[in-house]
Design a protein around this ligand. Structure first.
Ligand code: PLP
Length: 372
C-alpha cells in the first residue's frame, strides 16, 4: 500500500529544529525573549496596531479573554452551534451560558442574520468562528455588537493569515484568539495567542495568564486575582517563529490544494462542497458533506473504507448542542438544522501544505471508487 495520507500533518523545517535546539541549550526555557519576539512578530503580522499575548492554547486564550472582559455567572455568550466544542466549553468554564446560533450550510460560519434575535439583556459577547479560515462578516457583526454594547471575541483558531477585504484577521475588530495546535495553519506544538487593541484588556489578560501576579517597580509581587498558569514557553515560541516565516507560503499552498479539489470534484454530486470564499480564505480545512443516510451507510464505515485505501478522513465537527454535556443542559441539535446536518454529514479529506498535487488526485480517485 502507498503511504498513508493523514487528514493533516504539520511541516517543520531544519532551521526551526535548530532554533529549538538552541533554546534547549540556552538554559532559558520558560517564557523569555523568544516569547516576546513571537508576540511582537505576530503583532506585526496582523497589523492594525494590535498587542498580541501568547498563551498555552486557544482554549486558554478564549477562556481568559472572556474572564478578562468580566464575563461570568448570569451572562450569556452567543456561539455557533457547529464548531469545535472548545468554542462553547470556554463559556461554561467562565461561568456563563452559551446561546447557540445556527451556522450557514456551506460557509459553516455563524448565521449573522440570526445573531440579533439571540441577543437578550444578559448577552455580554458574541464569539464567532472563522470556520476553516473563511472570514465571517465581521463588519456586520461588529455593527450589531455596537448597537447592543456587546464585545466580539473571535475564535480565530482556524484563521491565522485569513484576510477579509485586505484586512488581516486579528488586525481589526475587538478581540481575536488564534490556535497554534499542530493541526492548525501554524504551530507552536500547543499554543495560542490573543490580539486586541484594548490596552486595559491586555493588562487583565496578563494577570489571568500568570497567577494574577502584578510586579511593582522593585520587582515585588502582588496577586490581584486567582489567575491561571497559561504562559507559553520559549521552546514553543521558537517553533512558532520558525512557522510564522512560512505561514504565507503554507496558506498559499493550502489555497492551491483546495482549488485542485474544487477542480477535480466539480460535478461530482455525491459530495456537497464548501463555500469557496475569496483570496483571503486561509483554507485551514477542506470539509465536504456526504448524505450517509441516503446512501444507507455510516460515516464510520466510510472512514474505514477510505483508511483501507490509505486515506485519513477527519470529522469537523459534531453539532455542539447535540453533545451529551449540552443535551444535559437542555439543548437539542434539532433546533439548529444546518449544524445538525453538518454534524451528521461532514468529512475532512487530507489537505496540508506538504501534500502534492498527485495526492489530491489520489484522494479524488478513492472518493469516486467509494461513492460512485
Ligand atoms: C482547535 C480549536 C480550538 C482550540 O484550540 P487549542 O489551541 O487546541 O486550544 C478552539 N476553537 C476552534 C474552532 C478550534 O478548531
Amino acid at each position: 500500500m502507498k503511504d498513508f495520507l493523514p487528514f493533516t500533518r504539520p511541516t517543520l523545517d531544519e532551521e526551526t529544529i535548530a532554533a529549538v535546539a538552541a533554546v534547549l541549550r540556552s538554559g532559558q526555557l520558560a517564557s523569555g525573549p523568544r516569547v516576546l519576539e513571537l508576540e511582537s512578530a505576530l503583532a506585526d503580522f496582523v497589523g492594525g496596531g494590535r498587542t498580541v499575548r501568547a498563551l498555552t492554547s486557544a482554549t486558554e486564550g478564549l477562556e481568559i479573554a472572556l474572564l478578562s472582559l468580566g464575563v461570568g455567572p448570569g451572562d450569556e455568550v452567543i456561539v455557533p452551534a457547529m464548531s469545535f466544542a472548545a468554542s462553547a466549553n470556554v463559556v461554561v468554564r467562565a461561568g456563563a451560558r452559551p446561546v447557540f446560533v445556527d451556522v450557514e450550510l456551506d460557509s459553516r460560519n455563524i448565521d449573522v442574520a440570526q445573531v440579533e434575535r439571540a441577543i437578550t439583556p444578559r448577552t455580554k459577547a458574541v464569539m464567532p468562528v472563522h470556520f476553516s479560515g473563511l472570514a465571517v462578516d465581521l463588519d456586520a457583526l461588529l455593527a450589531i455588537a455596537a448597537r447592543h454594547r456587546l464585545r466580539v471575541v473571535e475564535d480565530a483558531a482556524h484563521a491565522i493569515g485569513t484576510r477579509d477585504r485586505g484586512r488581516t484577521i486579528g488586525g481589526f475588530g475587538d478581540v481575536a484568539v488564534f490556535s497554534f495546535h499542530p493541526n492548525k495553519n501554524m504551530t507552536t506544538i500547543e499554543g495560542g495567542a490573543i490580539a486586541t487593541a484594548d490596552a486595559a484588556l491586555v493588562e487583565r489578560i496578563e494577570r489571568h495568564r500568570f497567577h494574577g501576579i502584578r510586579r511593582n517597580a522593585d520587582g515585588e509581587i502582588d496577586v490581584e486575582l486567582a489567575g491561571a498558569k497559561s504562559n507559553l514557553s520559549d521552546v514553543a515560541a521558537a517553533v512558532g517563529l520558525g512557522q510564522l516565516r512560512h505561514l504565507e507560503a503554507f496558506n498559499a499552498r493550502r489555497r492551491a490544494l483546495a482549488a485542485r479539489y474544487f477542480e477535480r470534484l466539480a460535478g461530482f454530486d455525491r459530495l456537497r462542497l464548501p463555500a469557496r470564499g475569496g483570496d483571503g480564505h486561509s483554507w485551514h480545512m477542506f470539509t465536504a458533506l456526504i448524505d450517509f443516510a441516503a446512501r444507507r451507510t455510516t460515516r464510520a464505515e466510510f472512514q474505514r473504507a477510505m483508511a483501507a485505501r490509505g486515506i485519513g478522513i477527519g470529522v469537523h465537527y459534531p453539532c455542539i448542542p447535540g453533545l451529551s454535556f449540552y443535551r444535559h443542559l437542555g439543548f437539542r441539535a434539532e433546533d439548529y438544522p444546518n449544524a445538525a446536518r453538518i454534524g451528521r454529514e461532514t468529512v475532512t479529506p487530507p489537505r496540508f501544505p506538504a501534500m502534492r498535487d498527485e495526492d489530491v488526485d489520489r484522494v479524488v480517485a478513492a472518493l469516486h471508487a467509494e461513492l460512485d
